[in-house]
Design a protein around this ligand. Sequence first.
Ligand code: ATP
Length: 451
Amino acid sequence: MTESRAWKILIVDEAPQSRATMARWLGGRGYNPVAVPDGESAVELIGEGVAVIITDLNMPKTDGLALLEIAKQKAPHAIVIVVSDVESVDAAVAALKAGADDFIPKPVNLSELTERIEAALRRRAMAEQIAALQSQLTQQQGLDNMIGTSAAIRALFEKIRLVADTRSTVLITGESGTGKELVARSIHRLSRRAGKPLIPVNCAALPESLVESELFGHKKGAFTGASSDRKGLFETAAGGTLFIDEIGELDLALQAKLLRALENRTVMPIGGSREIDVDVRLVAATNRELLQQVQSKEFREDLYFRLKVVELTLPPLRERKDDIPLLIRHFIDQLSTENERPVRDISAPALEAMMAYKWPGNVRELRNTLEGIIVLTLDEIIDEKHLPPHIIGAESAQTIIQPGMTLAEIEREAIRRTLEHTGGHRTQSAELLGISVRTLQRKLKEYELET
Ligand SMILES: Nc1ncnc2c1ncn2[C@@H]1O[C@H](COP(=O)(O)OP(=O)(O)OP(=O)(O)O)[C@@H](O)[C@H]1O
């Protein structure tokens, strides 16, 4: 059954035998059936407590269609299943058009009846969850579709609201895939700067030699290839927000330049002779331990303290498992629509397996996993059979290491499988492999794994 609660089912059928058989069958399956012989007696009983109404169509006085009308008024959430003789198929079609949830021809096949009831109850539960989710989203408007009701996420939403409309620099920390970019976008959208641009820049994705000119701009002739003046992202973001992702990847010289830009609110383009005023709010993110980088002298301590005036930390998904069902429902809804697939729910055992899994790639991995499943199925319900083996804990003991393999071959295979696991996400793969994104990029070239 969809829930342990005994659903109240109203059976309206003139034929005593058929009425009694349905009632006995449903009672034996844990439902709470109430059987009546005509429309009038049914009208008396229709109310909020009734979950399902099974009604015959052809009845004297109040017939099935009239009952359907009344049910819509008195118990709008009740599911109405019409049963009818095959001859009155036209009437059944009319009932479906008038809003009945399902139609079963008489004589009623009892197993089919329970299946249809279960399916309708599941559909209704899903619709209710989506409605709840939508209202929750409306309440969180401005938070860029960030889903979550766990205590940790609610506390984070609160901090985002408080910090958004200040000038403070914000440092967002958290593992890869936890939603740092979404937080940065929310901060921008809730701030007075929302009408101005939010410019994201990922330091790990840019070659080191380009980061400086990207951020601060350059003058014509400043270096080979600088054929004209170019504005940096600080200037492009004027009045708005600059989101520097993977700030831990900035080299020390650029860290000094960034600190100066923050302190003086001016930037100096490469090859320039004059500082340019910039009014930009900086939001930075990292999935590395900046403090450790400070201790190992890879990151300037003064910049670290300048950045961490306000620090928002995103907990890994495994530490806020309460959010998993909600996120799954959100992604099922979103990805089924996007990919035109019929998936609309997840079975209890599959959900349990997803809750037990550790999600090293966090929300991104959850979304990628669901996308992989949804794209490849025409089923309506995600079940255990759809889940990848590593999630249901059935990953075989097969190991990538075989005697005779070189270390390079083992490394190549580890990188290949990690990329497969993260859906090709380099930052996340680098983190899982314990190397920097740049090292990963170098190895991808070396092992010819680039796509
Ligand atoms: N709370 C959430 N609600 C809905 N979607 C989320 C949530 N958190 C993350 N996501 C989704 O997960 C994916 C990863 O999020 P995001 O890019 O913000 O992570 P990140 O921490 O910035 O990752 P990285 O460190 O790798 O850049 C995105 O598709 C994002 O929309």
